[in-house]
Design a protein around this ligand. Structure first.
Ligand code: GRF
Length: 219
């Protein structure tokens, strides 16, 4: 029997990815559960989602700390107190310093709304539209010290449509994020992930791919 992985989820905003994780964890067969949600903002809508699901929440405003180290340390201690196995960033809008990232190495993951290594940082959908890519998507990866870098666990591809706006594209990518994040965590929880030379290998992944995405598509 696989050990139930204890998740700590860090948020700053709407928390739709947190909601996707809450929904996934409500399935008794899902091998992880959320033990703690931390927000750096007290008005994060995600806090309501967590409270509604009876998950312990902490608000740790970064503005209360004199520097990044003190803020990171507070978060780290809260995660340790809650006995967290895996820290999941889900729209957490603060950069975590290297002592924190190094301490949680290979136990800290993030979801990013682009196919990394393309379009790191903010405004990913606008950048994708400006670059004219035909396919974008989202990525779940282990966190390293460089922004939006680290071993890639899973990706989902989303076509960019001719009349897409930043908002319409963001919505379609977000729908895929909600599928991808629970899947990536399940792979970790079921011990199907190995990191070699900072590249993820996944055991038992299907070699016969069935969905090839070509864009543009014509009737
Ligand atoms: C998502 O697009 C995620 O990829 C990015 O921040 C956004 C968070 O959205 N890191 P939500 O708060 O989960 O709705």
């Amino acid at each position: 029997m696989t050990k139930n992985l204890s998740l700590g989820v860090l948020i700053s905003g709407g928390g739709t990815n947190l909601q996707a994780l809450i929904n996934a964890c409500s399935d008794p067969d899902y091998p992880a559960s959320i033990s703690l949600v931390i927000s750096n903002r007290d008005d994060a809508k995600g806090l309501d989602r967590a409270r509604k699901a009876d998950i312990k929440c902490l608000v740790i405003p970064h503005t209360n700390f004199k520097n990044r180290e003190a803020f990171d340390k507070k978060i780290c201690n809260a995660l340790l107190d809650a006995d967290i196995d895996l820290v999941c960033l889900a729209g957490f809008m603060r950069i975590l310093g290297s002592p924190f990232v190094d301490f949680w190495k290979n136990r800290l993951i993030n979801i990013h709304p682009s196919l990394l290594p393309s379009f790191k940082g903010l405004n990913t959908h606008l950048e994708a539209l400006k670059a004219g890519v035909r396919i974008t998507g989202c990525t779940v990866h282990f966190v390293r010290n460089e922004l939006d870098c680290g071993p890639i666990i899973a990706q989902a591809a989303v076509p960019v449509l001719p009349d897409d706006t930043e908002q319409s594209l963001a919505k379609r990518v977000l729908d895929q994020e909600h599928l991808l994040y629970p899947l990536a965590i399940e792979l970790i929880a079921r011990n199907r992930i190995k990191i070699t030379n900072d590249v993820v290998q996944i055991s038992g992944a299907n070699r016969n791919y069935k969905n090839v995405l070509i864009n543009p598509d014509f009737e």
